[in-house]
Design a protein around this ligand. Structure first.
Ligand SMILES: O[C@H]1[C@H](O)[C@@H](O)[C@H](O)[C@@H](O)[C@H]1O
Length: 547
């Protein structure tokens, strides 16, 4: 053992035993390499599927709670504060959810590093149940806003921690698809919300059922979580090596090849932690691990500084925030929240049913992403699908120019012969746009965790998630005023412009990360964006694996 190895390792406020790097079992001794070659794996395995599905329930709640609001608002009538909802009430009830999601994501990012990823999912479940019941019971507008805010905090926490949890557990050849499963749950949750909204909208106080039903999956997930493990990467960081090894043993096969992979991943993660400790100059200088809130604040400050100052981390942050920002600024959620309003404006007889087509298209095309994301790669799937979004938006803008919109939404008339074609073109254009969105932009940004090295993974993902919710809030607030000021033609043309800008940025700076181990992605961004190298090595990996 060399001198450096005798000193304690301090990372994430925990002291690693000084012999951490030497405590390999006999079988581990033989494996000198920490090269993680997972290309021989043919399927993710039952264990990973179960974990992904259990964790994905949070996605279902995210989708359900964001999707249910449009029908809830229509059916509340005078049930709250004994008066009809004003426009201000409606805006506050809608936007407090994304605003609290925005506040919660960085905070839970810190919690996930301190108490673990699983604990944050548990915490989010408690908030989901509390928020759902609060909304169902309340009799005032203020109470509704409080309930929606609690749900918002839950959505914000879950939306960042679930992709993080899944990507730290899944073997790299399937990581992309497993993270897309959580997007499938989100879009599926939105479809369920639209259907529940449609079923309950005519019932007396039906909205209380709509919002209250969200408590059920959360309670179910809470119970299931007791059977789920913490992620091996978090466990290693927290000094619980043996538990990490047990979890990895269940992720990989139990044969010789599987055991080698477990050891290689363990060594790789440990090496990454050591390098980070070295790089941060912490080895030996702090002597003992500090505890208490002061140490935590220092640690968070240190992590935040590392996120900005270290080149690779900064590039990861730029890519993750750029993708999350574009995911929202391309305007998709204005359709999610207001498509019924738009369809009513252009004269559809059953606007809620028509807007269900948006949610269903979103869900179905996320399935396409699930199938292709690891084969085609994140970068290529985006470069191919964003042009579809641009076409849809451009067609939408053109079609709006041919539709006479009523000055008042209430006076919208059902489609009559003669002005039938253009509203249908608008519907077709929106479906095209949503299909393009669901294949790439709707889910690739949630692959964010893989961009960051372990030391800043949680904080980096949390900041990117906050960017998503900040942009989401912006779109929610500005869509209706923009339709008035810029007209629908200008609004949709602007979203098309955002997509053009997104395509160029992705082409310039987003490297291909499909199939790389989490630890290799860090290496890719160390000296630059690594776009050309990553594309070359992705092609090579595909040739080697024959996929
Ligand atoms: O990935 C999800 C998904 O695309 C949803 O349909 C959308 O409403 C969310 O904003 C997004 O984050």
């Amino acid at each position: 053992m060399n001198d450096a190895a005798a000193e304690p390792l301090i990372a994430n406020d925990r002291v690693f035993p000084s012999d951490a790097r030497d405590r390999y079992d006999d079988d581990e001794e033989e494996i000198e390499e920490d090269v993680v070659d997972e290309s021989a794996l043919v399927s993710p395995g039952l264990f990973i599927w179960c974990l992904t599905i259990c964790a994905g329930i949070s996605g279902l709640l995210f989708g359900y709670d964001t999707g249910v609001i449009s029908s809830t608002l229509i059916s509340i009538n005078t049930d709250l504060s004994s008066r009809p909802l004003t426009t201000l009430d409606k805006s506050l009830i809608t936007s407090c959810t994304s605003f609290f999601a925005l506040l919660a994501s960085p905070l839970t990012g810190i919690l996930a590093d301190t108490y673990g990823r699983k604990t944050v999912i548990l915490f989010a479940d408690i908030l989901f149940v509390l928020g759902a019941l609060w909304q169902a019971w309340t009799s005032s507008v203020g109470g509704m806003i409080t309930g929606r805010s609690i749900v918002g905090a839950a959505v914000g926490s879950a939306s960042f921690v679930v992709p993080l949890y899944i990507s730290e557990l899944a073997p790299s050849p399937f990581r992309g698809r497993m993270v897309v499963v959580s997007s499938l749950f989100i879009t599926g949750g939105q479809v369920v919300a639209y259907i529940v909204g449609w079923l309950f909208s005519d019932r007396l106080h039906g909205w209380r059922w709509m919002v209250g039903l969200g408590a059920l999956p959360a309670a179910l997930q809470f119970v299931m979580l007791f059977f789920l493990p913490e992620t091996p990467r978090y466990l290693i960081k927290a000094g619980q090596r043996q538990q990490a090894k047990t979890v990895l043993g269940r992720v990989y096969r139990s044969d010789e090849g599987g055991r080698k992979l477990v050891t290689a991943v363990l060594k790789r993660v440990e090496r990454e932690i050591e390098e980070e400790v070295d790089a941060a100059g912490l080895r030996g200088t702090m002597g003992v691990a500090k505890s208490g809130w002061r140490a935590r604040v220092e640690k968070v400050k240190d992590n935040a500084a590392q996120l900005i100052v270290v080149g690779g981390n900064r590039r990861a942050l730029i890519i993750a925030c750029m993708l999350q920002g574009f995911q929202q600024l391309c305007g998709f959620n204005s359709l999610m929240y207001f498509s019924a309003t738009i369809f009513r404006l252009v004269g559809f007889q059953s606007p809620t049913l028509t807007s269900l087509s948006i949610a269903i298209t979103n869900f179905l095309f996320t399935l396409v992403a699930f199938h292709y994301i690891d084969r085609i790669g994140r970068r290529r799937i985006l470069l191919w699908s964003v042009p579809i979004m641009i076409m849809g938006l451009a067609l939408c803008a053109i079609a709006f120019a041919f539709v006479d919109l009523p000055a008042e939404e209430a006076s919208a008339t059902p489609i009559v012969a003669g002005n039938k074609i253009w509203p249908l073109v608008i519907l077709l254009a929106m479906v095209t746009y949503v299909a393009g969105y669901a294949i790439g932009m709707g889910n690739v940004p949630w692959q964010q965790s893989e961009l960051f090295p372990l030391s800043v993974r949680s904080l980096g993902s949390a900041v990117a998630t906050a960017t998503n919710w900040g942009s989401n809030t912006l779109i929610g607030i500005t869509f209706l005023p923009m339709m008035n000021i810029f007209t629908p033609v200008g609004t949709f043309a602007l979203y098309a412009g955002v997509c053009v800008f997104a395509w160029i940025t992705i082409w310039r700076i987003y490297p291909e990360t499909a199939g790389l181990s989490l630890e290799d992605v860090g290496g890719l961004l160390k000296a630059g964006y690594g776009v050309d190298d990553s594309v070359r090595s992705f092609k090579q990996r595909r040739r080697d694996s024959g996929r």
